[in-house]
Design a protein around this ligand. Sequence first.
Ligand SMILES: O=P(O)(O)O[C@H]1O[C@H](CO)[C@@H](O)[C@H]1O
Ligand SMILES: O=c1cc[nH]c(=O)[nH]1
Length: 250
Amino acid sequence: MQSVQPHIRIGTHMTQARYAVLPGDPKRVGAVAHWLDRVEELTFNREYRSIRGWIDDVEVIVMSTGMGGASTGIAVEELNRLGITTLIRIGSCGALQSGIQLGDIVIAAGAVRDDGASAAYIDKGYPAIPDPELLCALMHTADELKLPWHCGRIRSHDSFYTDREEEIDRYWSGKGILAADMETSALFVIGGLRGMRTASILNVVVEHEGDLEQGINNLVAQEDACALGEEREIRLALEAIRADAQRLAR
Ligand SMILES: O=P(O)(O)O[C@H]1O[C@H](CO)[C@@H](O)[C@H]1O
Ligand SMILES: O=c1cc[nH]c(=O)[nH]1
């Protein structure tokens, strides 16, 4: 029997892709399928739901990472073993600055490493930053698509409901951090250590000083601006991959 990776349950006989698009939520995988050609279901094990499809002649895997750095780290490692070289997260986030609206796109230029998974790999002095070429491609493509976008530092964390969340958010907001999520820092650090190219696009589902649970519920129901933001980040990731593949082929 041909072997598959232990958690994501994908083997090299199932894909030749070099690009992976990584939502946190397994449900978002289905939303990406709409924008790809020749879509095939791969697997769904634990939090890892995967499909493959094509943009022109570029094969892409779309796989959910689940929530947090620990499951994201496993996803990154096992995708690396399949020969994936380029990882683009399409996540959701809470804004930490006013003026950033629901459904706006945040492109992460770096992440505060308040997650445990990346700390398990390497000292906190190691920077959580995306691949510079992918970052430029995302900003350029976001302009071309006329998206409302922001680029800057974000914060990745492991906690949602501690007694100090408001205080912590206020602190990082005061330092100019744009938004918070739970996977970007682990993606950047672990992917970077493995020589992979990484980037992270986030859809704003909670405004600054908005109601966290209400924002998350909006996302679950695919309502209003959050659903539009999800569509925006999917189109941005796929168009940036198209442009990147064309550039590398030249
Ligand atoms: O919507 P996803 O991509 O899961 O991203 C965000 O949503 C989850 C929390 O609600 C965390 O995973 C956070 O990073
Ligand atoms: O506020 C939020 C919303 C989504 N994800 C987060 O990590 N924080």
